[in-house]
Design a protein around this ligand. Structure first.
Ligand SMILES: C[S@@+](CC[C@H](N)C(=O)[O-])C[C@H]1O[C@@H](n2cnc3c(N)ncnc32)[C@H](O)[C@@H]1O
Length: 357
């Protein structure tokens, strides 16, 4: 189903007669709908979020995960920003760079995600802008005109603020828009404190983010054979690549652009660590964590271990009891709990992995 931001974008494109003149169009953080599919031949869809990229591809829209610098000039650019301020402004700067002179930029954002604040920022570009209200969203329309330049200093500041950068005293790379992008999450820190250092075998980090937990596993668990970092956000994978490359280890972790809720295989890991997400889009969704637990139970070999951290009020215990032979709460602090579950009850048909029942 189309989101309000996509519907509002379509409304303005149609009302202003911009669909017919859109030409070669860059669609940043693209989403699918029937009218989008009809334009497939002249659209370039960019979508870093794997679950949405899969929906786009399934609808027949070829999709790139990241917009690489210098990837050509476009007649139009449409943007459905995420809700993080630096990230949305960096996307505007990237869209401006990708436009040819005379090209149109449309940005559609839900009002609950700070659409008015975004408009105030866009005004600082010093060029005319039209704004429309529809479906609880605001759509801003700007044109890149010869002789009417957008403020280069502002654009440069936005690009820099939203780019990948060092944080935590230079120890890690991260990028605005990721979960807890400029700090170590307190829940993840609690899990790291309680992770045994004698983990062995094949390990997966589900929802690896910029890599704090994976880094901890690599540094403190010398007996592991492999580490797979599954993450839905392509920007996070770029940070993971740098962060894990800084750890001295003979083993090269695999970085996998995944939708964990669609499963990460059967019986292939000895250990799963995870700080699962509990938000999808605009809304809190406790079932997301449950789907991560289900994916972990399926992906673990017989006798395998799941180490999980969650907000204390999230109801994961019943699922762990159902899916694993043994489970317990290992620690609680600051509103978080660390849960350990062992020996998934899932029976895998066919070829078994190491240590199977
Ligand atoms: C709570 S954060 C934990 C991040 C990191 N492991 C840490 O400890 O800081 C959850 C992570 O899961 C990712 N995520 C959310 N939905 C996902 C999905 N369906 N598949 C894979 N990763 C997902 C998010 O992008 C986010 O990085």
């Amino acid at each position: 189903m189309a989101t309000p931001a996509l519907e509002a974008l379509h409304f303005v494109l149609t009302r202003e007669g911009l669909l017919d003149v859109a030409g070669k169009t860059l669609f940043l953080r693209a989403q699918p709908d029937a009218w989008v599919v009809e334009l497939a031949a002249r659209l370039r869809c960019v979508q870093p979020w794997k679950p949405m990229a899969t929906v786009l591809e399934d609808a027949g829209l070829r999709t790139e995960r990241l917009l690489l610098p210098g990837s050509g000039l476009h007649d139009s650019a449409w943007l459905l920003p995420n809700r993080q301020r630096e990230s949305m402004l960096a996307d505007v700067a990237a869209a401006h760079e990708a436009l040819r002179p005379g090209g149109w930029l449309l940005v559609s954002l839900h009002q609950d995600w700070g659409a008015r604040g975004l408009e105030r920022q866009l005004q600082t570009l010093g060029v005319p802008m039209q704004c429309f209200s529809k479906h609880h969203c605001r759509v801003a329309l700007l044109r890149k005109q010869e002789g009417e330049p957008w403020d280069a200093g502002v654009l440069e500041r936005w690009s820099r603020a939203g780019a990948m950068q060092r944080m935590l005293q230079g120890r890690f790379w991260s990028v605005p828009g990721l979960f807890c992008w400029d700090a170590v999450d307190r829940g993840s820190a609690l899990l790291a404190e309680h992770l045994p250092h004698n983990l062995r075998g094949d390990v997966a980090d589900l929802g690896a983010g910029w890599g704090f937990l994976s880094d901890q596993v690599l540094r403190h668990c010398p007996d592991i054979d492999s580490l797979d970092c599954h993450e839905a956000d392509a920007h996070a994978l770029e940070c993971l690549r740098r962060n894990l490359g800084l750890v001295m280890t003979p083993m090269r972790p695999r970085l996998i652009w995944s939708d964990v809720t669609a499963g990460v295989g059967r019986g292939r890991y000895d250990v799963v660590v995870s700080n699962p997400p509990f938000h999808e889009g605009r809304d809190a969704d406790p079932t997301l964590g449950l789907r991560f637990i289900g994916a972990a139970a399926t992906a673990l070999r017989a006798g395998g271990h799941l180490w999980l951290v969650a907000n204390r009020q999230l109801p994961y215990e019943a699922a762990l009891e159902e899916l694993f032979a043994r489970s317990r709460c290992v620690a609680q602090r600051d509103g978080f709990k660390v849960l350990h579950a062992e020996a998934p009850r899932v029976i895998h048909a066919g070829r078994g992995g190491r240590g199977r029942r």
